[in-house]
Design a protein around this ligand. Structure first.
Ligand code: HEC
Length: 215
């Protein structure tokens, strides 16, 4: 009985800490170009040093609607079809972190919780009173706090970082399915074509039957 009570207390105590700490903040990503473009800029500044997006090419950015001059500036002398490779070599990453940072192209699809997971992870860093940085969402992560949320105490600065994280995740959500807009457009054409074909066949059928009914 005593053991049971101790167990019960332990359960209650831990359930007070854990669910609250590890809960994801649910977000809805933006799908408009300005937000996605801001996210791309922020990602190039804050994440690209360590992470690649190997399924996204500079051409995809151009098709998205990013200004050609900007894309040309970003790619330097790489061809338009080149993917967004990270700047850190695998060897250097192994030395620094003991692993290679994962590619981010499909990240919002790969993790349970999707965009909300990545958003909460980026903002999940905090400092303990003795100055150690932890992450609520991924406690054992080897990634250093990329946006600096753990040291941001000013509420206005924290709000700004939340917006940055939101834009980055919106860009990553686009990156995980860059041809979605194109597919929707094609869908409208296909439906239009099918409607046209239906009307045509109906007219043909009427003509044939009109001829037959006379006899
Ligand atoms: C200094 C290098 C570095 C920078 C800069 C960096 N990351 Fe990371 N990132 C890592 C490493 C290392 C890991 C692997 C973490 C692990 O598995 O312990 C990682 C992992 C991740 C993961 C996967 C987490 C998981 O669940 O496995 C995501 C998502 C991520 N980073 C997003 C970002 C974003 C977005 C940025 C920019 C705001 C960024 N990272 C900036 C090094 C970096």
């Amino acid at each position: 009985m005593k053991k049971f009570i101790v167990l019960l207390i332990l359960c209650c105590a831990s359930s007070q800490v854990w669910p609250e700490e590890a809960t994801l903040q649910n977000i809805k990503v933006d799908t408009d170009l300005p937000a996605i473009e801001r996210g791309m800029d922020d990602l190039m500044n804050n994440c690209h040093a360590c992470h690649s997006l190997k399924y996204i090419s500079y051409l995809d950015l151009l098709k998205l609607g990013i200004d050609k001059k900007k894309v040309d500036f970003m790619r330097g002398d790489q061809p338009l079809a080149a993917p967004l490779t990270g700047m850190l070599s695998d060897e250097a990453a192994m030395q620094m972190f003991g692993l290679v940072p994962p590619d981010l192209s499909l990240m919002t699809k790969a993790r349970e919780g999707g965009p909300s997971y990545v958003y909460s992870y980026l903002l999940g860093y905090y400092n303990t009173p003795d100055g150690v940085t932890h992450n609520r969402i991924f406690p054992a992560t080897k990634m250093p706090d990329p946006l600096g949320i753990s040291t941001a105490t000013d509420p206005a600065k924290r709000e700004e970082l939340k917006k940055t994280a939101h834009d980055i995740v919106s860009f990553l959500a686009w990156a995980s399915d860059p041809h979605s807009a194109e597919r929707h457009r094609l869908g409208y054409y296909v439906i239009g074509y099918l409607l046209f074909l239906t009307a045509l066949l109906y007219a043909v059928k009427n003509r044939i039957w009109a001829g037959l009914k006379k006899h």
